[in-house]
Design a protein around this ligand. Sequence first.
Ligand SMILES: [Zn+2]
Length: 52
Amino acid sequence: MVEKLTENNKTYYICEECSFAYKDKKTALKCEAWCRKYKSCNVEITKHAVKI
Ligand SMILES: [Zn+2]
């Protein structure tokens, strides 16, 4: 499950598989589904990741 994290009053969603953070839950869920299925990251998804 995507983990919700609040840092400096901003909410992030963390992919449980690769630990990338996203501002958007939909993207985090997409990432997690991809990571779980293919055991790798999709650049098209991870480019939306943000640094915390
Ligand atoms: Zn991921």
